[in-house]
Design a protein around this ligand. Structure first.
Ligand SMILES: O=C(O)CCC(=O)C(=O)O
Length: 182
């Protein structure tokens, strides 16, 4: 077990203009909804799912399968060309302000014990936290901002949980795209 996660932070993965364009297209076109957790409580962020299978959260929430829109194809291609994998689905998360968050978790829907998980960030910078599952104390954070790609690799998802913390600081809207495959 390493005390360092295997994470690559690619700054400027998209140019400023590409990132601006994609952000404005997503805000106009993506079918964001606020889903409930398994206990009927609204999840504190909005989500849009594009993939050929239903995306299921533990607790029973289901994001229905939807075709990947054409305007997302170039970004899948760019992730593939950069050598981070060939994906066929994406979960787009929208954190409207500092109140929106996602709690510590691992992504266990890849059907792969050691998945490579690229996350493209648009909009405001929010620290991306990781903690070791073994002790919940060893923590590392990254600061991906508009147009950056953060890639978790190797044992990272197996040994670490990741999250976006709530903050009372004024922060703008943040969008993340997490690429998935089956
Ligand atoms: O928004 C992020 O950067 C993290 C997203 C995430 O952890 C997830 O959707 O599984």
């Amino acid at each position: 077990m390493t005390k360092e996660p295997d994470v690559i932070h690619v700054t400027g993965f998209l140019t400023q203009a590409e990132a601006d364009d994609l952000l404005s297209t997503i805000l106009k076109q993506a079918d964001f909804r606020q889903y409930n957790s398994g206990y009927g409580v609204p999840r504190p962020r909005m989500e849009a799912w594009y993939g050929s299978w239903d995306y299921r959260y533990s607790g029973g929430t289901v994001l229905k399968a939807a075709p990947i829109p054409d305007w997302l194809s170039p970004v899948f291609e760019k992730v593939k060309t950069a050598g981070f994998g060939d994906y066929n689905a994406v979960l787009i998360n929208r954190y409207r302000d500092g109140y929106d968050k996602v709690d510590p978790h691992s992504d266990d829907d890849y059907g792969d014990p050691f998945p490579t998980i690229p996350t493209l960030v648009l909009g405001a910078m929010r620290p991306f936290w990781l903690r070791l599952k073994q002790d919940h104390k060893t923590k590392v954070s990254y600061r991906p901002s508009h147009g950056d790609l953060l890639v978790m690799r190797g044992r990272t998802n197996a040994d670490w949980q990741h999250w976006i913390a709530r903050t009372s600081k004024p922060v703008g809207e943040r969008i993340s795209l997490t690429f998935r495959k089956k």
